[in-house]
Design a binder for this molecule. Structure first.
Ligand code: DGJ
Length: 728
């Protein structure tokens, strides 16, 4: 609910558990008065204090009132060059060469339903689900207007923000920075939590108390990246899974981003989140507008767990689209770790038959089926089947797979081209950096210039031809290198600062076209595993391959970190061989499955080569996964303990929304002789109910399981427990 008090120019965004308030003051400065646990409201600008602060200048409107400074006031969208020296949200380069951006309130409008953003991913919601507030600000001297868009999803405590910047003058204006979100906090006694890593080690949680100055994470790789995720948190120092106020902020964007927090001179803090200003410069001709990506904000008064569950619910209901919201995703087998590039028709068919016999529902043919690709050095861009490997083409193979009762899925990497490809030979100018500058290769490949419509059209047609000629019900959309020499032959020199962003818009455009032309095809996002695991991609690809690391023990940390913002149903997770190909570790089959089943489940190994006993286990696991599917997809997720290297078990719980059914998963880490007796305290159960646990005839009271905990059996190293709890 949005409460608008026009007289006071006061706007209160009330959600189920939180309140967010802003106010345009007598000078038209848009103040941020409060964001936190729900309060009754009223004018909270009384929380703001004024004092004469040396070296904090005073805007023209207040004359010589030395107690009023943009440098000290909490603001909704900070400018630059006008007396606020903290993180700026907006940086302009004006026709006269000046860089000042100084915004004042113009007006506000309320709309029911959620605003949409053309060409960009965004949470969606009908009149019943969400409300929109649009506040218009203006820098009159610059002739620039800024619309601040707020979407309020009351039931989920979710507030979305985006910004539209319009050049109302008659000369071009350049945008050097345009944050999606600016959020001021009255106290900097906060911890900053980020999710960082690299290829095969994505999204490890790192937590540090705010230091003075600016702390920031981001990506300048052209993708949201393995290294830092576009999701960050701020919280009270004592906050944990169940206690303390915490804030989560995500950018729905798959390119360069920057999340910065500044601990300022008076111990307040400011968070900004948006497109990274690195090599960013966008020209707005007279009358043109620029829209930032959307940011999603969520505050939980009761710790991280509640924040994550609200994000999960909101994403499932208002970000993932169409049929995949409510349809069970098939159990898949993927050829990559089974054969890499080493297969032919016969081998695939044998693999498919053996997989089908065990109950696998979707057969995914990964890299290596096109052009003349026998390794990763060629053929990207030549999206036609290699008839030497697959005589009869994809249509024939797909028909055979379908006859086995399985659906068929295909790997593609549409944003890339190999130098050894017909596409590159024909269109060498279709890559980024087709100039005389030597190119930088990544995995032997170059990046197509997706800012160009003709390039996207060509790839769309090539993909569509494949999809029209074979019954493909799943696409794995991969992306295996970062962007370098970011320069487009299609844009003039003064617009080269737009290429990074236009590339992302091009990717979204093509994904949307493919999605709309093939509404029943499930698209799984991927970028060398989890290099583009962000809410922007989730709008187009409702599941994303979480990591190229399939080691179940490493996956505990990767999936744990990912779960802070993203629901388990979006995390691609597969059982692979032991010893694991990335770590050399051997983990029991049950544990590999338990970990993978808490995502979108599949196998990535030659199932036919398994011993009979493990084949039986596969049959049982598929059955078990189907039984737990609804709970994992629609239920609430509780992190019961964090993965630790020292061997304490990692535990998590899926709980149904009516709290009558739950699934407890525990994985033991390294073990040592003489281990302690351990118990795990469950959460989210109904304390008044009695729960029957798998293999235990005596029911357990919910309050005992939550207060005293469930006594864990002695688990051997890397062994697991997967227990159902059913209320009597
Ligand atoms: C990277 C992906 O993450 C892998 O799963 C696999 O599809 C390879 N690319 C294929 O080249």
């Amino acid at each position: 609910m949005i409460i608008q008090d026009d007289k006071k120019r006061l706007f209160t965004l009330q959600t189920r558990n939180t309140t967010y308030q802003l106010k345009a003051d007598q000078n038209g400065v848009l103040l941020h008065t409060y964001y936190g646990p729900k309060v009754q409201g009223g004018d909270l600008s009384r929380l703001i204090r004024f004092a004469d602060r040396g070296f904090s200048p005073n805007p023209n409107e207040v004359g010589n009132d030395r107690t009023y400074s943009l440098d000290t006031l909490p603001q909704e969208y900070s400018g630059s060059g006008a007396g606020d020296f903290r993180l700026s949200s907006l940086e302009l380069e004006l026709p006269d060469g000046s860089y000042v951006a100084d915004l004042r309130y113009v007006d506000a409008k309320l709309q029911s339903g959620k605003y949409t953003l053309e060409g960009l991913p965004a949470f969606f919601g009908s009149d019943e689900d969400a409300d929109t507030l649009v506040i218009t600000m203006e820098d009159a001297a610059a002739h620039v207007r800024v619309e601040l868009l707020y979407g309020v999803f009351e039931a989920y405590d979710l507030i979305t923000r985006a910004v539209r910047i319009v050049n109302c003058g008659d000369k071009p204006v350049r945008l050097r920075r345009a944050a999606s979100l600016c959020l001021d906090f009255p106290s900097a006694d906060l911890d900053f939590i980020t999710f960082d890593g690299g290829h095969v080690k994505e999204r490890s949680l790192h937590r540090a108390h705010l230091r003075h100055g600016v702390q920031s994470v981001g990506s300048i790789r052209g993708i949201s990246s393995h290294q830092h995720n576009p999701f960050v948190m701020l919280c009270e120092p004592g906050a944990d899974e169940e206690h303390g106020t915490c804030y989560g902020a995500a950018l729905l964007y798959s390119g360069n981003f920057e999340a910065s927090v500044e601990r300022c001179q008076f111990e307040d803090a400011r968070l900004t989140l948006g497109i990274h200003p690195y090599h960013f410069c966008w020209t707005l001709e007279a009358g043109q507008a620029f829209t930032t990506p959307e940011a999603a904000l969520l505050c939980s008064p009761n710790g991280f767990g509640q924040m994550s569950r609200q994000f999960h619910r909101a994403i499932r209901a208002h970000l993932l689209r169409d049929v995949w919201q409510n349809r069970r995703k098939p159990v898949l087998v993927n050829s990559w770790e089974a054969f890499y590039f080493d297969y032919d028709h016969e081998r695939l068919l044998r693999f498919a038959k053996e997989s089908a016999a065990l109950g696998v529902e979707l057969f995914v043919l990964d890299d290596g089926w096109f052009g003349h690709r026998d390794d990763d050095s060629s053929s990207l861009g030549d999206w036609w089947v290699n008839e030497k490997k697959l005589p009869g083409g994809l249509g024939a193979l797909t028909a055979e797979i379908n006859q086995l009762g399985m659906e068929f899925g295909l790997w593609v990497e549409p944003e890339m081209v190999s130098e050894d490809s017909c596409l590159y030979r024909e269109h060498p100018d279709w890559v980024l950096n087709p100039s005389d500058r030597p190119c930088t290769r990544g995995r032997y490949q170059l990046v197509l210039d997706y800012t160009r419509e003709e390039v996207r059209d060509y790839i769309f047609q090539a993909l569509q031809k494949l999809l029209d000629n074979a019954n493909v019900s799943y696409l794995k959309w991969d992306m295996n290198r970062a962007l370098t020499q970011v320069w487009s032959a299609a844009l003039p020199a003064e617009r080269q600062g737009e290429v990074y962003h236009r590339f992302v818009l091009g990717v979204y455009d093509l994904l949307e076209r493919v999605r709309q032309a093939n509404p029943n095809t499930l698209i799984e996002g991927c970028s060398g595993g989890g290099g583009r695991f962000d809410m922007g991609m989730l709008y187009y690809t409702p599941q994303i391959w979480c990591s190229d690391n399939t080691d179940a023990i490493d996956r505990l940390s990767i999936q744990y970190g990912t779960s802070f913002a993203y629901p388990p149903s979006t995390m691609g997770a597969h059982v692979s061989v032991v010893p694991n190909e990335q770590t050399g570790r051997s983990v029991p089959m049950e544990t590999r499955a338990t970990v993978a089943m808490s995502g979108t489940f599949g196998y990535e190994l030659d199932l036919g080569a398994l011993p009979e006993q493990e084949k039986d286990m596969v049959v049982q696991q598929i059955q078990a996964y189907k039984e737990s599917y609804d709970l994992i997809q629609t239920g609430d997720y509780y992190r019961l303990s964090a993965p630790t290297p020292d061997g304490a078990p990692t535990a998590w719980l899926h709980v149904s929304t009516d709290r009558r059914t739950a699934l407890l998963c525990v994985v033991a880490g390294q073990t040592h002789a003489g281990p302690p007796f351990r118990q795990v305290k469950l959460r989210g159960l109904d304390p008044t109910l009695q729960y029957r646990l798998t293999g235990d005839d005596t029911p357990w009271p919910g309050d005992v399981l939550m207060q005293a905990g469930y006594p864990l059996p002695m688990l051997e190293e890397y062994h697991c427990l997967r227990l159902w709890l059913k209320a009597e």
